[in-house]
Design a protein around this ligand. Structure first.
Ligand SMILES: *Cc1c(COP(=O)(O)O)cnc(C)c1O
Length: 365
């Protein structure tokens, strides 16, 4: 079976983890600082503050910019559920705007119509590794005096017009076990704003400035040294692995061109896609539905994934939550019905790619 995700750690991780284990220092320390330094190059920001996971990164970012009860955050309904949960954890309200059908990211025009006087922040998601329209959101945030938080959990190293994601607003990254850059569990918040970075550093460590001097009621959001050691090894591999993902995506798109019923992924001009997922649409003229495609591909030895089969709010636990405002989302709903992600990870061989493309062609013919 060709897997949709395959994880291979760089051998340098073993040496660095061993170094940490032998040092006896396991909680946040010099290795975390080293990882932060290396990650600042990826995000192109003055600051990178490591935290214990990507959800925490979002929560901490929202808290650091002062989002709390009664504030409204506008985001995408077509995302991982953590995006919503982070807003709710702050006691804030979440509203949704529809996505663009070509790149699956938040539609700036729809966002503008969704903003109310209560809106305090925009939170675009760089879904599948394709950056959201950050030029538009940057301008909109400025014009409407709103904060900008980027859910960059799937988009390490993506950029718009050469500017890395995570440098437009407060950037929130995840290093969960299957992301393009991973440490098992882990997260990073990136910013150019000294005051926000200072607050983040306090929030993650009980609000402590110096030993037993507390400036605010904080949390324990700290990353471990073992996680950071994996991060230091893996971040050095990000560029080469992203290149492989992009080359695999290009090869797949060439081989899958012209299949009726199938739409291959789009990379918008100026937008650098890092292909966390290679996501196609099984559109309405396809001879079989998306779920049947998944089954038929599996029978041909090709694993695929559906991210996401339902909109993030479309679960009973959000239905009666007054903090979750649900409006019709026709594009996001259509995407949830049609998308399927094919293997694109860096460890695919040419023959794997051919097998994937052949299977898709057979299934849809
Ligand atoms: C993975 C992910 C998160 C959450 O990250 P964790 O590290 O799993 O907490 C948030 N948003 C999106 C879009 C993600 O893919």
């Amino acid at each position: 079976m060709i897997r949709v995700t395959e994880v291979r750690l760089d051998p340098a991780a073993e040496r660095l983890v061993l170094e940490v284990l032998r040092s006896g220092r396991l909680a946040q320390g010099p290795m975390v600082a080293r990882f932060e330094d290396a990650f600042r190059v990826v995000s192109g920001t003055a600051h990178a503050v490591a935290v214990n996971n990507g959800t925490t990164a979002l929560v901490a970012a929202l808290e650091a910019i002062g989002i709390g009860p009664d504030d409204e955050v506008v985001t995408s309904p077509f995302t991982f559920v953590a995006t919503i949960n982070a807003v709710l954890q702050r006691g804030a309200r979440v509203r949704f705007a529809d996505i663009r059908p070509d790149d699956f990211t938040l539609d700036p025009a729809a966002v503008r119509e969704t903003v109310t006087p209560r809106t305090r922040a925009l939170m675009p998601v760089h879904l599948y590794g394709h950056p959201a329209d950050m030029v538009a959101f940057d301008r909109m945030a400025e014009e409407l005096d709103l904060a900008l938080v980027e859910d960059a959990a799937q988009a390490h190293g993506a950029s718009v017009d050469g500017r890395p994601v995570g440098s437009f607003g407060v950037g929130c990254f995840s290093f969960y076990a299957t992301k393009n850059l991973m440490t098992g569990e882990g997260g990073m918040v990136t910013t150019d704003d000294d005051a926000v970075a200072d607050r983040l550093a306090l929030l993650r460590n009980q609000g402590m400035r110096e030993r037993y001097v507390y400036e605010l009621a904080g949390h324990n959001y700290r990353m471990t040294e073992v996680e950071a050691a994996i991060g230091v090894a893996e971040v050095a591999q990000l560029e080469i692995r992203t290149k492989r993902r992009r080359a695999n995506a290009l090869a797949l798109s060439e081989m899958l061109a012209g299949i009726e019923g199938l739409d291959t992924p789009v990379e918008r001009p100026g937008h650098h896609h890092v292909y966390h997922q290679y996501t196609v649409r099984v559109n309405d003229v396809a001879p079989l539905g998306r779920d049947d495609v998944v089954t038929a591909l599996a029978a041909r030895g090709v694993e695929s994934g559906v991210y996401y089969p339902r909109l993030a709010y479309d679960y009973a636990c959000y239905r009666d939550n007054p903090a979750v405002r649900i409006d019709p989302m026709p594009e996001a709903e259509r995407a949830a019905r049609q998308v399927v992600s094919l293997p694109v990870h860096p460890w695919l061989s040419d023959s794997d790619l051919e097998q994937v493309a052949t299977a898709v062609r057979q299934v849809l013919s």
